[in-house]
Write a new protein. Structure first.
Length: 231
């Protein structure tokens, strides 16, 4: 069984990858002067995912060249980066998932199993994947937050990633989720693979993303449509 939406990374993704010069990722003007946040050289993946979906929904092509700081296209990507964080709820969710176990935890007590905590495998497969599949079946690409680290250090939040789900294939209990990955550009072979047989246990999420870290789980992010700038 397979499902695919009309978004195709090789046609609708950005023509450049998620590599940016060292410069403030976000600049916000305040009565006390400009405030800078982050560094673009660490990536603008969330902004690229949201912006690519904006362009696709608007029926317009993405910019052919990487926009420079100060241009409307760059400002749109940066603004959408901030939107993709969905502050504060989105940041809280990333941090919570970074601190969850991979598998369910519990104990057998007096002949009963007492569940302590649902792990990332169950939350990803039993909750998120069902919703993602429903959206894809309805023809809607899905922006995803990808958790890659096991850490209680808030400074590691930036090690997580964002991609856009645009199709899937199911063979028995095996799922291949096709995504647009800004780290890989216009490649149609970026995917996350997982087995849904027993989400109570740790699941190995295989992937071909442009990451040197494992995927521990993923969830739908709070995308809301925005109008991209004129060409």
């Amino acid at each position: 069984m397979a499902g695919r939406v009309g978004f195709v990374p090789s046609e609708h993704g950005f023509a450049f990858t998620n590599r940016w010069p060292s410069q403030p990722a976000v600049v916000r003007r305040t009565p006390f002067g400009d405030v800078t946040l982050g560094n673009a050289s660490r990536g603008l993946c969330g902004g690229m995912v949201f912006a690519a979906l904006d362009y696709w929904l608007a029926g317009r092509p993405t910019p052919a060249e990487q926009p420079a700081a100060g241009t409307p296209a760059y400002a749109h990507i940066v603004d959408r980066l901030v939107d993709s964080w969905h502050i504060p709820a989105g940041i809280v969710q990333y941090y919570q998932w970074m601190n969850l176990p991979d598998a369910d935890t519990g104990v057998d007590l007096l002949g009963r199993h007492v569940l302590f905590e649902r792990g990332l495998a169950w939350r990803t497969v039993s909750v998120q994947w069902r919703q993602i599949r429903g959206d894809l079946d309805a023809g809607t690409p899905v922006a995803l937050g990808v958790v890659t680290v096991d850490s209680a250090d808030p400074r590691d939040l930036g090690l997580n990633h964002q991609v856009l789900a645009c199709g899937y294939e199911v063979a028995g209990s095996e799922v291949t989720l096709s995504v647009y990955d800004p780290n890989r550009g216009r490649r149609d072979d970026a995917a996350i693979r997982f087995d849904t047989r027993d989400p109570r246990r740790r699941i190995t999420f295989g992937h071909t993303l442009g990451l040197d870290r494992p995927v521990r789980g993923f969830f739908r992010t709070a995308y809301a449509r925005a109008t991209p700038p004129a060409a």
